[in-house]
Design a protein around this ligand. Structure first.
Ligand code: AHR
Length: 501
């Protein structure tokens, strides 16, 4: 096998990694909240009902911004049901997931959850622009953020939260382009509503950061036209536009699945181009950033049947995908795609955090464990902070049905403030190791601190309740740095983290 190669030079950079790139998502869906993050009867639960074992794993995962409360759920969300004395909170039908929402966990509990994670955790709150509009968004904003002296801020204090929540980052609805969305709208209808809501929210507080809904997938028929129309209405009023993408193998086509990041990168580039097109038309100097606020591997084709079979249960087992080594390698590659576009993608949320297509799984009353996908995310969050270096790979290729010829190597590198560099690399080849040669130019690096890989003889291996530690990253020996040249061997179908100092 020929080597894959690239050069690292600090003179050629992409941009600074926003801490918000390592965000996640907690939706009222299945068991993400109930028996996921919140289970008052659990042996590790604190006084607020938050599971201590889950909190430990969330911290280890290195999650920053956490989007809430949905997702499709938010398009029927009544924020006032989720505040105040728990005994008085109503039970409601959740149309999105054919479930019953008890509202035992609400706004205050969400903020308490973030506080327990630590200062790195930041709220990202969505307002309902499906069944609701400007007035309710303003009420929620006043309840959450106004210090005191008004009906809703005083109500928050009376509910026990004297200090305002200080939510800075707000999503203006969710996936409003999708016909499945309660209150689905055309681009014109949504663009107008988003603009009116944004203008009003800024009247209350000009410092809020707002995310307009982009497309729920690049494959949507309305893609790009949707973004252009929405931004024509909202360009001066919002800071970000959202992107959502989920990947799974279709018809057993694993080779294309392994190249999913080809689609993710083109999606990012196409949305950035659309934003800039609108900016150019408006003669604006402002740049709209991208919020990739839902992304993951998701075996979505199984989901519809699961949801339509539900008869309004509380917290059903829903979308509890179990992730293999192959899935983790794809997820690692999606992380690489986000990092490679760190100049433009300023927020990204792995959807979701616990139990629902999640890196963390729990058993009610039982343990919590790490899925295979936990590891690439935790390692990227830990070592992917700093400046992304421009990586142009020269790689052997392989043929895919969906994307044609694709590089076997997918890689990026991040230089931390202290000058150390971490290379993140995926070998998409399923049967052969891939030799890697990296030329280091203008970098004062002399040693390999560590090379770890996530790979396995069985690409279907996964972590389960009975075998929670079956798959973990392992050390790779033989990686060398001599005379400004790094050489390594990437095992077949592997996610690699190579740290240089
Ligand atoms: O994350 C699961 C669902 O996927 C979200 O509720 C929705 O926004 C998307 O379609």
């Amino acid at each position: 096998m020929d080597s894959a190669r690239f050069t690292l030079d600090p003179a050629f950079t992409v941009g600074e990694v926003s801490p918000r790139l390592f965000g996640s998502f907690v939706e009222h869906l299945g068991r993400c909240v109930y028996t996921g993050v919140f289970e008052p009867d659990h042996p590790t639960a604190d006084a607020a009902g938050l599971r201590g074992d889950v909190l430990d794993l969330v911290r280890e995962l290195g999650v920053t911004t956490i989007r809430y409360p949905g997702g499709n759920f938010v398009s029927g969300y009544r924020w006032e049901d989720s505040v105040g004395p728990v005994a008085d909170r109503p039970r409601r039908l959740d149309l999105a997931w054919r479930s019953t929402e008890t509202n035992r966990f609400g706004l205050s509990e969400y903020l308490a959850f973030l506080k327990r994670i630590g200062p790195q955790a930041e709220p990202m709150m969505a307002v309902n622009l499906g069944t609701r509009g400007v007035a309710e968004a303003l009420e929620l904003q006043e309840y959450a953020n106004h210090p005191s002296g008004t009906a809703l801020s005083d109500l928050r204090a009376a509910h026990g939260d004297k200090e305002p929540f200080g939510i800075k980052l707000w999503c203006l609805g969710n996936e409003m382009d999708g016909p499945w969305q309660t209150g689905h709208k055309t681009a014109e209808e949504y663009g107008r509503l988003a603009a009116e809501t944004a203008r009003a929210m800024r009247q209350m507080d000009p410092s809020v950061e707002l995310v307009a809904c982009g497309s729920s997938a690049q494959s949507m028929d309305t893609f790009a036209e949707w973004e252009a129309t929405v931004l024509t209405h909202t360009y001066d009023l919002v800071d970000h536009i959202s992107l959502h993408a989920y990947y799974e193998p279709h018809d057993g086509d694993v080779d294309s699945f392994l190249a999913s990041a080809v689609d993710m990168e083109s999606f990012i580039e196409n949305v950035a181009a659309t934003c800039d097109h609108v900016g150019a038309k408006l003669k604006s100097k402002k740049k709209i950033d991208l919020s990739f606020d839902e992304w993951n591997v998701w075996y979505m084709s199984r989901a519809d049947a699961q949801v339509s079979a539900l008869d309004w249960p509380e917290a059903p087992r829903l979308l509890e995908d179990s992730y293999s080594v192959t899935d983790a390698v794809v997820l690692g590659s999606l992380l690489i795609a986000l990092l490679r576009h760190a100049d433009r993608v300023k927020v990204a949320c792995l959807a979701q955090l616990v139990n629902v297509i999640a890196p963390i799984m729990t058993e009610p009353g039982g343990p919590a464990w790490r899925q295979t996908t936990f590891f690439p995310f935790a390692q990227a969050s830990r070592h992917g902070r700093g400046e992304v270096l421009d990586v142009r790979v020269d790689s052997p290729t392989y043929e895919t049905r969906k994307y044609g010829e694709a590089d076997l190597l997918h890689a990026t590198a991040v230089r931390a403030e202290d000058g150390t560099v971490t290379v993140f690399a995926v070998n998409r080849g399923r049967s052969e190791s891939l030799p890697l040669e990296v030329a280091l130019s203008g970098l004062d690096l002399t040693r390999v601190v560590e090379h770890t890989a996530l790979s396995d003889e069985d690409p279907e291996a996964r972590n389960t309740l009975d075998a929670p530690d079956r798959v973990t990253p392992h050390e790779v020996r033989g990686t060398a740095l001599t005379d400004g040249r790094l050489s390594a061997t990437l095992e077949p179908l592997s996610w690699n983290v190579i740290r240089l100092a």
